[in-house]
Ligand binder design. Structure first.
Ligand SMILES: [Zn+2]
Length: 462
């Protein structure tokens, strides 16, 4: 714990150092300014088209705008809950469970508020006091190689981020989830997960980052096209091998055991033409009592994964109904559709990214002394936020449409009522919020509200 405090103190110390340095001329000067102190500010260049100072204001405004937008949505959602058990939820919750679900939602809401205020203070301080520019010149003391620069820059940022985030995720797991009876994680597993996550993101994230920066340093104007090609290849690769390469680092996956459930599933998968050896059980119970199931991959690498907690909570027929829903995702080609959608999204994103990187002012806005990939991409990430929110909205709309289609498949080929009863149990056990504010639901829900799914399921004509 002490170590974490030191690191946070160090983090702020470095910020105030930068402030002191830039404080010599009072304020953040734009690139058309000639009063910059050597080595502290921004080099003077004649340019009136893209002014780094104005860009910085835009960046800060966007960070604040996104913060306010998410807080307003969260507040609307928070206020949308009735203290009494609503009539339409009586088929899912009793008074006691409903009160518990409200309490759970409110606890998470308040905790989220504290952690997001904390994180926006750090972000704003980094932007206003030149934290990113300081880190940029700090790593430049060690190397000039663009790949190593980017690795060091993002390595330090993500390490500090993990350390700062640690107390928050610890509290969320061992206080909030624990209080509501969801947490099954030991402290040892928590730290093991954190360390594995750090190693994995350094190797994988670092490897991909190094490749992209390398392409950037040799490809010139066509960088975005090559980077997009590489990212598409990588995402297809991980969509196929995620279950066999990444999941085993954190979980054990086992084929379905012999017995009543396997027989029932076998019968159904034979009927709709899905191979049984693509169905696995995962030991989700070592972390949380919450239950789930998902479909991943495509082609020969497709698989359906059922949580052991799901098998414990549901009856055989309900499990087959959930499985039918997952097979529905496969049969309606949802993974391919999502892949096509996200490939299109990244194509557009890399195109704009390439454009942004061609303006060194984008880096200068964050107090860097020269344009670079790593600092330019941080500025770009913030400038692109409004577009990525809109793209996220489309992804959620598409995802909700797909959920209805998978439900319909389950209703047509198996049994709508069994799926409804499975979803009821899942919602109850996970203390799901079933009365989200419509705006919050529109923005964030990847699955339609269960009540809407029930209505749609009951409407399917066989
Ligand atoms: Zn689904």
């Amino acid at each position: 714990m002490k170590k974490i405090v030191y690191l946070i103190a160090f983090y702020f110390l470095t910020l105030s150092n930068t402030f002191a340095c830039i404080g010599s001329n009072g304020e953040h000067k734009g690139i058309d300014s000639v009063q910059n102190t050597e080595g502290c500010g921004i080099s003077a260049t004649e340019n009136v088209i893209v002014n780094p100072q104005i860009l910085l204001y835009i960046i800060i405004a966007l960070v604040l705008w996104e913060f306010i937008l998410t807080k307003v949505l969260g507040y609307l959602n928070y206020k949308n809950k009735s203290p009494e058990l609503p009539e339409e939820l009586k088929e899912i919750y009793d008074e006691e469970k409903y009160a518990k679900s409200i309490n759970y939602e409110n606890t998470k809401y308040k905790f989220g508020l504290i952690s997001s205020v904390f994180s926006i203070i750090i972000t704003l301080a980094m932007l206003m006091f030149g934290g990113f520019g300081w880190l940029d010149s700090f790593v430049r003391d060690f190397t000039q190689n663009p790949v190593l620069l980017a690795l060091a820059f993002f390595g330090i940022i993500s390490f500090v981020q993990t350390i700062i985030g640690l107390p928050f995720s610890y509290y969320s797991t061992f206080v909030i989830e624990e209080k509501f009876g969801f947490n099954k994680m030991t402290k040892k597993l928590f730290f093991l997960d954190t360390i594995k996550g750090l190693i994995l993101s350094s190797l994988l994230g670092g490897g991909i980052l190094a490749l992209v920066v390398w392409i950037y340093s040799i490809a010139g104007d066509n960088f975005w096209l090559y980077a997009w090609g590489l990212m598409t290849f990588i995402s297809v690769f991980f969509m196929m091998f995620y279950s066999s390469l990444i999941v085993p680092i954190f979980n054990k996956q086992t084929p379905l055991e012999d017995g009543e459930l396997r027989d029932a599933i076998q019968k159904f998968s034979n009927k709709v033409g899905f191979k049984l050896d693509n169905i696995f059980v995962i030991d989700g119970s070592k972390r949380s009592s919450k239950a789930n199931a998902y479909f991943s991959g495509f082609g020969p690498k497709k698989r359906i994964v059922l949580y052991d907690t799901l098998i414990k909570d549901l009856e055989t027929e309900e499990l087959v109904a959930v499985l039918a829903h997952e097979i529905g995702h496969y049969k309606r080609k949802h993974t391919l559709q999502m892949l096509a959608f996200s490939t299109l999204q990244t194509w557009f994103m890399f195109y704009v990214f390439g454009l942004a990187l061609s303006f060194p002012e984008v880096s200068l806005a964050l107090w860097a002394t020269e344009g670079s990939f790593h600092i330019g991409s941080i500025a770009f990430g913030i400038l692109f936020a409004p577009i990525s929110i809109i793209m996220g909205l489309f992804a959620s709309i598409l995802s909700r449409k797909n959920e209805y289609e998978a439900d319909e498949f389950a209703a047509l080929n198996y049994d709508a009522e069994k799926l409804i009863s499975a979803l009821k149990k899942l919602s109850r056990n996970n203390l799901s919020n079933l009365t989200p504010h419509p705006a919050f639901e529109f923005f964030y829900y990847s699955h339609p509200n269960p009540l809407k799914r029930f209505a749609a399921l009951r409407n399917v004509k066989k």
